[in-house]
Design a protein around this ligand. Structure first.
Ligand SMILES: Cc1cc2nc3c(=O)[nH]c(=O)nc-3n(C[C@H](O)[C@H](O)[C@H](O)COP(=O)(O)O)c2cc1C
Length: 192
């Protein structure tokens, strides 16, 4: 348990371009996704799913997003297009966490979406617990309908984020965290 607390107290994201080989094996990926799926889920709807970008598919996915980027931004700097090409090869494994939130008789879509966020965070924590590092990114592909389709999402699905996983080639450094005094209050009854 102490190990879990230490992990949660010290975990940091590492920029995706500093996440290198080796990545998780197929067996480790299965473990990671099993853990990612083990989140609170009101109504047991599993309102999320995962799309894996690994191996050679990563370069092809990068070429496809770069082509879309170039079409949408004809004035884009060629360096920016080149950067797009590396979108999925930056790290050994990229997991798209997809929200399948949909209207339901009892469970609000808001709750389904939050469950998907929990799945993404479980994935990040599990990757770290396994000895890897991770970064959860959204960037423009999350908010562009054509990019989402290209990544394999259905029109009614939303991208919770791309979780980059692998081994760090740099040490993490701490960043400021919010002071609890600024974000925690005790409830008091409303003034009558
Ligand atoms: C939903 C979501 C989307 C994010 N998208 C981006 C992004 O597009 N670009 C970015 O630099 N950081 C993004 N971040 C922030 C990083 O994942 C991460 O919080 C940051 O690198 C520092 O994280 P740490 O406190 O875990 O070390 C996003 C975080 C969340 C929760």
């Amino acid at each position: 348990m102490t190990d879990t607390l230490t992990l949660l107290k010290t975990r940091r994201s590492i920029p995706s371009s500093n996440i290198v080989e080796p990545g998780p094996t197929d067996a480790q990926i299965e473990d990671l996704l099993t853990i990612a799926s083990r989140v609170p889920d009101h109504g047991k709807l599993a309102p999320w799913r995962f799309i894996l970008f690994r191996g050679e598919a990563r370069a092809a996915a990068g070429e496809a997003t770069a082509a879309l980027f170039a079409r949408k931004r004809p004035d884009a700097d060629p360096k920016a297009i080149d950067f797009e090409r590396t979108r999925f090869t930056r790290s050994p494994l990229v997991v798209a966490v997809v929200s399948r939130a949909a209207p339901h008789v009892k469970i609000p879509e808001w709750e389904q979406l939050m469950s998907a966020g929990a799945a993404a965070m479980n994935l990040v924590v599990a990757a770290n617990a396994m000895g890897f590092v991770a970064q959860w990114l959204t960037e423009w592909v999350t908010y562009d309908e054509e990019a989402r389709a290209l990544l394999g999402l259905k029109p009614e699905e939303r991208l919770v984020g791309l979780v980059y996983i692998g081994t760090p080639n740099t040490a993490p450094f701490e960043r400021p965290r919010p002071a609890l005094a600024d974000i925690v209050t005790d409830w008091t009854p409303p003034a009558a």
